[in-house]
Design a protein around this ligand. Structure first.
Ligand SMILES: *Cc1c(COP(=O)(O)O)cnc(C)c1O
Length: 381
């Protein structure tokens, strides 16, 4: 059934998600085999077959990797490799593809650990160029680059760029293209169909969606490039535990349910925030008048579960977060329990003091909207 699902371009996202990566049904075997805990596998004589040592491969990863490939690139010949975290996956692509003397283009408004990665690449002799996600500004610094790194929508600013346009321009200059697909999830956006060579994501967020697993993955089409990513995983050893991989696979069965519910509620929360005079800089790509909406509509199938906005002061933002009852003050996003945080507390993002990133969970939409509006009222001076 797994192969049938893979080749069936026409099945819906829910159908694909519940069946993704499942092995052929076998009598008296479970639908989704449990995690295989093994540091090593029986290996008499010559080294052959897929499973020899647990840092190189594991049958639980294999099923999860098939599942992610079916979602990221349905009907296409793509390969996925899972990692210990989103950062492990991101670093695997950047450090396996770039050499001293190469130039790389990163977003200037991407995930807050990217600048640290950029500094490390520079220390290894890679030229790092940055430009904002919005307005396709990365186009202007592409000449001579070896790799373009896109994050769309960007975290936490929720800007969107035209992935197809940027990928075409990068390929015309001989550069590889990677897209951080964390915020959209593969049900929201399929970067490989938009022309990217790699779709990379933190599975810690909405893909697994319960706030209890760290995971990352790289999906790619180019066999040679993916072999280098696999080699990087082997030499660095940033591998997922079998239990985490299995939990991730189990969670993917409900991905479409969670994403559809959370995204619809995110739009409702954004619409409620839009009515409030103390809210500025409201961003949600699904809002028809959002600056990202037009391009988002062209390339995204769903707009995500994150809403960003700014309250007038740091103190107001702190009082707002403290007054929320259904939304926990915590980082990360995409989980079934709503969270929000004052992003500036980390020091990394170039955002105002009162900037809030809110991750909308699976609570009843009316409860959540009421909680947000009440907390706004209570936090007023
Ligand atoms: C969280 C996040 C990452 C890093 O993922 P981890 O699983 O925490 O390592 C990378 N990119 C984006 C856009 C993220 O939100």
């Amino acid at each position: 059934m797994s192969d049938a699902t893979k080749n069936e371009g026409s099945v819906g996202d829910g159908t694909r998600a519940v069946r993704a990566g499942l092995p052929e049904p076998a009598k008296n075997e479970p639908t989704l085999p449990g995690p295989v805990f093994a540091a090593h596998f029986h290996l008499p004589g010559e080294v052959s077959g897929p499973y020899a040592y647990g840092r190189d491969d594991n049958p639980t990863w294999t099923l999860l990797e098939r599942a992610v490939s079916e979602l990221e690139a349905p009907g296409q010949d793509a390969e996925t490799l899972v990692f210990a975290s989103g950062m492990a996956a991101i670093s695997a692509v950047l450090f396996s593809q770039l050499r001293a003397g190469d130039a790389v283009v990163l977003p200037s408004d991407g995930y807050q650990v990217l600048p640290l990665v950029g500094a490390q690449l520079e220390a290894y002799g890679v030229e790092v160029r940055t430009a904002p996600t919005g307005g396709d500004a990365q186009l202007e610094v592409l000449d001579g680059a070896r790799l373009l790194w896109i994050e769309s929508p960007s975290n936490p600013g929720l800007d969107v760029c035209d992935i197809r346009r940027l990928a075409e321009a990068a390929h015309a200059r001989g550069a590889l293209v990677a897209v951080d697909n964390t915020l959209a999830t593969p049900l929201g956006q399929r970067p490989l169909e938009l022309g990217a060579d790699f779709s990379v994501a933190s599975g810690t967020k909405q893909l697994t969606g319960h706030g209890d697993v760290l995971l990352g993955y790289v999906t790619g089409r180019d066999t040679e490039a993916m072999a280098a990513v696999r080699r990087w995983r082997k030499i660095v050893g940033a591998i997922s535990g079998p239990m985490e991989a299995w939990l991730a696979h189990r969670s993917i069965a409900t991905l479409q349910l969670r994403v559809d519910r959370q995204n619809a509620t995110a739009l409702a929360v954004a619409q409620a925030l839009r009515q409030r005079s103390e809210v500025s800089g409201l961003r949600y790509p699904g809002l028809p008048d959002d600056p990202s909406h037009k391009i988002a509509t062209q390339q995204m199938r769903r707009y995500g579960s994150v809403v960003s906005f700014t309250l007038p002061t740091r103190a107001r933002a702190e009082r707002f977060l403290a007054a929320l009852q259904l939304v926990e003050d915590a980082t990360s996003f995409g989980g079934v329990r709503s969270t929000a945080e004052r992003r500036r507390r980390w020091g990394g993002d170039a955002v105002p003091e009162g900037f809030i990133r809110m991750s909308v969970g699976a609570e009843d939409p009316e409860d959540l909207v009421a909680d947000v509006l009440r907390a706004l009222d209570e936090s007023a001076e």
